[in-house]
Write a new protein. Structure first.
Length: 585
């Protein structure tokens, strides 16, 4: 269930230095202001007992319903002029820090690492023909030298959709296919923008500039996110599009509630009363543009990896549940059916078909080709049952069915295979790259040195984040705070599906998809530690000290681990000091 946050005592003087009160508060605890409050409508009576202000534009900001539906609005327009700079500057500064950690020495290692051998070469093939083509044996050695003669004319069978590879191709198009910086540019850019986006989302959810900046900082300095942003794999793009969709759904939540309050205000008419018949199912709220944006983002997420389907299911369901609760708060009698009939059907159309159309559009290169893999399968396999379907779509369906069988049956052994449960404690981080040096090689000044890229995260962030997720389960169960529910939904969509494939070959770096939600959970708990605006000064000071110490330790740990995230050449003994668990080696 979804509860509305309480409005601050003086929202016109919102102080980001004392705004961490954006914590679970029941809608029933909203204190009425006798100057603007009115009773909650009694659904089913001849006329509603809810009195509305005559100006519909004012109804949802000054009425009881507006306060209950929207709580304390925190946006650029409601932030005092003296503090508006920080609304954008704080997230931007955290993104700047993260960008420096991602873009500096981005070309190192100067060769394909781990699964870049697939996706970077596929991206180059996209630039040449719009679809994947085969490569000759030992093509990596030539590719690392900027020689691309190993690209063959025959199509290659791949099992991941095109969006992420097109993203990689964009960087190669900008900086040249021979540039390792170009290979990784899009991953680094998306990773940096994700920091800014997460900070804005946290700022809106928690109504706090400080907590927004904290979320951005944690994401900026975490090693798992840094490694994913410095390597051209697909999962960083899955995370980005899922996070963008989440932000759009958060915006839609407020937009829907504003529309509901405004519509009921208009229905109240000159007499200031809402007819009871209008409170049976409630009004239709029209086309929700943020939902359409979420549908596009989720289509791109699925078009990167099919695991994006779980985000579509989770966010779509969450959005409809929020609409149900909004109608319940507004006094709609049949709020469940009203939300399904007036919101749910439109929500489905706004998200699922839009996501499907976006997904299909990502296959444009395949559709336009004449000899991509399985492109002509339908022509070679006519059907009397499905022949009415265009050959191109029937061929694509067959391609997808074989890819699905591949995914579900993938069980080959790998030294860095990691069960999903182990992700919670970073039991087996993925080693993307390791190279050993002797004294005098590559600047090594001791007997032996090592350069490594390992996807181990910052232990304080990951272990603390896992505890925060577990704690939020209790917070949501007891207080039904919508923020806790939203965070848990995003986490579940990125994590839970993988526990059903214990025998499948999966890796820790898949966890980047849910990392933003883990960080949001951690920040929500830090906000509780920081305390509320109404707390005594000593309590706020105590909370600020604890949170400050935690953040200092996080930054210090990231500085310690950074060499093994960025392939810096360090003494081998120093490398071993970073391997805190035997399973990390």
């Amino acid at each position: 269930m979804d509860t509305a946050p309480a409005a601050p005592e003086n929202p016109t003087t919102f102080d980001p230095q004392a705004d961490s009160s954006a914590l679970p508060v029941s809608a029933d605890s909203v204190t009425a202001d006798p100057a603007v409050e009115a009773p909650v409508p009694a659904a089913g009576t001849g006329v509603s007992s809810l009195r509305w202000l005559r100006d519909p534009a004012q109804a949802f900001t000054r009425s009881a319903l507006g306060a209950r539906l929207l709580g304390a609005r925190y946006s650029f327009s409601t932030t005092p002029a003296s503090l508006r700079l920080w609304f954008w500057l704080a997230p931007a500064l955290t993104a700047l820090v993260g960008g420096l950690l991602r873009f500096l020495r981005l070309g190192q290692p100067p060769s394909l690492v781990f699964d870049e051998t697939y996706y970077v070469k596929d991206a180059y093939s996209y630039l040449q023909s719009g679809y994947e083509r085969n490569w000759a044996e030992k093509a990596n050695d030539l590719f690392n030298q900027g020689i691309f003669t190993s690209l063959e004319t025959t199509p290659e069978y791949v099992v991941h959709p095109p969006v992420g590879k097109w993203m990689i191709a964009f960087g190669m198009w900008l900086f040249g296919p021979e540039s390792t910086f170009g290979w990784r540019f899009s991953a680094a850019l998306v990773g940096t923008v994700s920091i800014f986006l997460l900070a804005l989302i946290a700022q809106k959810m928690f109504r706090s500039t400080i907590l927004g900046a904290t979320a951005g900082l944690l994401f900026a300095v975490d090693g798992h996110a840094i490694v994913q942003s410095r390597t051209s794999l697909l999962d960083i793009f899955v995370m980005f599009f899922a996070l963008a969709a989440f932000g759009a759904i958060i915006m839609d939540r407020d937009d829907g509630r504003r529309r509901l309050a405004a519509k009921l205000s208009i229905l109240a008419g000159p007499g200031g009363l809402v007819p009871a018949k209008e409170l049976l199912y409630g009004p239709w709220l029209g086309i929700r543009w943020w939902r359409l944006a979420a549908g596009v983002a989720l289509g791109l997420c699925i078009g990167t990896k099919w695991s994006g389907l779980f985000f579509l299911a989770a966010f779509g369901l969450m959005s409809v549940i929020w609409d149900m609760n909004a109608r319940r708060i507004a006094g709609i009698k049949y709020w469940v059916m009203g939300a399904i009939w007036k919101d749910g059907i439109v929500a489905f159309v706004s998200m699922v078909p839009v996501a499907a159309a976006t997904y299909l559009a990502s296959w444009t290169g395949w559709f336009m080709s004449k000899d991509a893999y399985d492109r002509n399968w339908a022509g070679e396999n006519p059907s009397t049952v499905w022949g009415w379907i265009p050959d191109s779509l029937r061929s694509l369906w067959h391609y997808h069915s074989t890819a699905y069988n591949f995914h579900t049956g993938l069980g080959s052994d790998h030294p860095y295979k990691a069960n999903a449960w182990s992700w919670l404690v970073m039991g087996r981080p993925t080693s993307f790259y390791v190279k050993n040096y002797e004294n005098g090689d590559g600047g090594c000044v001791v007997a032996k040195c090592t350069a490594a890229v390992t996807s181990v995260g910052n232990p304080l962030i990951w272990w603390g984040g896992t505890l925060a997720i577990l704690f939020l389960v209790g917070v949501w169960a007891i207080k039904r705070d919508w923020r806790a529910g939203a965070i848990l939904a995003g986490f579940a969509a990125g994590f839970l599906p993988w526990i059903f494939y214990p025998l499948r070959t999966i890796f820790f770096f898949y966890a980047i998809a849910y990392e933003p939600f883990m960080i949001l959970a951690l920040v929500l708990v830090l906000g509780m530690v920081l305390g509320k605006v109404s707390d005594p000064p000593w309590r706020r000071q105590q909370g600020a000290i604890i949170v400050g110490i935690f953040l200092v330790l996080v930054v210090a740990l990231s500085a310690f681990f950074y060499p093994i995230w960025a392939a810096e050449i360090i003494p081998q003994e120093q490398w071993r000091q970073h391997m805190w668990l035997p399973s990390w080696i």
